[in-house]
Design a protein around this ligand. Structure first.
Ligand code: GUN
Length: 285
């Protein structure tokens, strides 16, 4: 049996439609959510990501500012920008595109972002709130992963979820969100022994290990939900996930493709976070 495809593109368009409608309704009351992005340096991939964020703001009716700084910008300059945006009333979300040039301390910059405007969910206060189960702005890709799992209609509660990869940006927060949904969660990583055997126990398998096509059918329990967060550029220029899609789809019950799976969800959840932050900052329900 071939797995049902979970299209991040379709889910994303649906959520964006809802966001656009809400933004329009707020606009009729004279209010507009605003996102500011700071991009330092010339990394081509980062420039593409930031252009896509700018486009999403435009398409959904958000106010946006993009501050493109040269890679010679000092840490003080970046911190000054963050401070100015923290105090700017028409900005409700601040995103500093990562990675930053080596001479800039990434943690210091993230820590400087106002917690209530941290729409990436990277500030230690938002991370801590997620750990203890308090309300917080959730990191975008992990929040998108949970949305996609929910779209299968499969109940997460009581299921065994295996997360492959323990990064701060994906693996760790995904595991916390799955626990919050009452899944039983096992974490695997690059040093895990017998990973295929552990993965085969998963009703829900989330893969964010950063190795192209590593997870083939031998890691997949028949009927499992397989979410591939990987995004690897192959030598032939093509994009590949961490899951060997062709093989895994013959065993899985549901599977996300790459591209068109988790990828489109990240910016959508960023826009959702910005809308949420703007409402909280202005006491709008
Ligand atoms: N670089 C790659 N992904 C991300 C992301 O989700 N947020 C930020 N700020 N930078 C990134």
């Amino acid at each position: 049996m071939t797995a049902e495809i979970i299209s991040g593109k379709v889910v994303s368009e649906e959520i964006r439609g809802n966001i656009a409608r809400e933004v329009q309704e707020l606009a009729s009351r004279g209010f507009r959510p605003g996102l500011a992005v700071i991009l330092v340096g010339e990394d081509p991939a980062s420039h593409v990501y930031v252009r896509n964020k700018e486009k999403a703001c435009h398409d959904l009716g958000f106010y946006s500012e993009v501050h493109r700084l040269p890679d010679t910008a000092s840490q003080e300059e970046v911190l000054e920008f963050v401070d100015r945006l923290n105090n700017q009333d028409n900005i409700h979300g601040i995103l500093v595109q990562l990675p930053l040039p080596k001479h800039i301390d990434e943690k210091a910059v993230i820590n400087a972002i106002a917690v209530e405007k941290d729409v990436d969910g990277f500030h230690p206060m938002n991370v801590g709130n997620l750990v203890v189960g308090d309300d917080s702005l959730l990191p975008c890709t992990p929040a998108g992963v949970i949305e996609l799992i929910k779209r299968t209609g499969i109940q997460i509660s009581g299921k065994h979820a295996v997360v492959i990869g323990r990064s701060n940006i994906v693996g760790k927060p995904v595991s916390l969100l799955l626990q919050r949904e009452n899944a039983t969660v096992t974490m695997c990583h690059s040093r895990t022994a017998n990973m295929d055997q552990i993965a085969r126990l998963a009703d829900i398998l989330v893969v964010a290990i950063g190795r192209a096509n590593m997870i083939d059918a031998s890691y997949v329990k028949p009927g499992a939900v397989v979410i591939d967060v990987g995004m690897n550029r192959l030598d032939n220029g093509k994009l590949a996930g961490d899951v060997d899609y062709e093989s895994a789809k013959e065993v899985a019950g549901y599977i996300t493709p790459v591209p068109g799976g988790v990828g489109p969800m990240t910016i959508t959840m960023l826009m959702q976070n910005t809308l949420l932050a703007s409402k909280r900052l202005n006491g709008i329900n």
